[in-house]
Design a protein around this ligand. Structure first.
Ligand SMILES: CC(C)(COP(=O)(O)OP(=O)(O)OC[C@H]1O[C@@H](n2cnc3c(N)ncnc32)[C@H](O)[C@@H]1OP(=O)(O)O)[C@@H](O)C(=O)NCCC(=O)NCCS
Length: 196
């Protein structure tokens, strides 16, 4: 008969092994600037991850890849598991402190607010820490760019969050500033800001 203490120790070992394999999986992910060759996969992820009213069109995604190519490749990053794109972050720049509806269509290369429009992870890769790791790595890259120039290139990241994702953004350092003026769909949006 296996003792209860032994059971608890075995569960601890299995959890450690599980945590270890998740950590090494996350460490093996590569982060690269998105390019137009990635557009089909990015568009597929966007259209299948968001409600049709909320998903950016293929044209907007294409524009954002091109804006990033001109203003800073770090503004549109893909996460890859070997050669498979498993997630991405995409943005535009704005002079407004908060994310506005206008920033979804317009990119202002002189803007210092990074408007984060989409954080997206492929369904089969979710709940393994990919979004958290992608966000932490990406924020580190933005801060690194700030250290390279004076005055700094980016002041803050702004995002509109649904209530269920506030804890995800809070866990990587975003502050919740309360309900946004942007109204879209049945649930409220919250303005969240991360100073860089
Ligand atoms: C939201 C999304 C990016 C999260 O990706 P992920 O890789 O599964 O996130 P993580 O594994 O890093 O999870 C981070 C935390 O957020 C929580 N979380 C993730 N998705 C969630 C959801 N849909 N609702 C509530 N909490 C969620 C996780 O439980 C985890 O919390 P924990 O640390 O307490 O366990 C992913 O579900 C997705 O692509 N959704 C569709 C697109 C979308 O809604 N993007 C966000 C709006 S821009």
């Amino acid at each position: 008969m296996i003792s209860r203490t032994h059971d608890v120790m075995s569960i601890g070992k299995v959890n450690n092994l599980h945590n270890h394999s998740i950590m090494s999986f996350l460490e093996s992910l590569k982060f690269e600037p998105a390019c137009l060759l990635d557009l089909d996969v990015i568009d597929h992820l966007e259209q299948t991850s968001y409600h049709p009213d909320e998903a950016a069109t293929r044209e907007k995604l294409k524009n954002r890849i091109e804006y990033a190519a001109h203003s800073g490749p770090e503004l549109f990053l893909v996460a890859k598991d070997k050669e498979t794109i498993v997630g991405f972050v995409c943005t535009t720049l704005s002079r407004s402190d908060l994310l506005t509806e206008e920033s979804m269509d317009v990119h202002d290369p002189e803007g210092k607010t990074v408007c984060l429009h989409s954080v997206c992870v492929a369904p089969e890769y979710r709940k393994r820490g990919v979004a958290t790791h992608l966000l932490n790595t990406w924020i580190g890259i933005l801060r690194h760019h700030n250290e390279l120039q004076t005055p700094k290139k980016y002041e803050r990241v702004a995002i509109l969050s649904r209530p269920n994702l506030l804890s995800l953004y809070g866990s990587v350092g975003f502050k919740n500033l309360g309900k946004s003026e942007v109204v879209h769909g049945p649930e409220p949006w919250y303005d969240c800001i991360l100073e860089l």
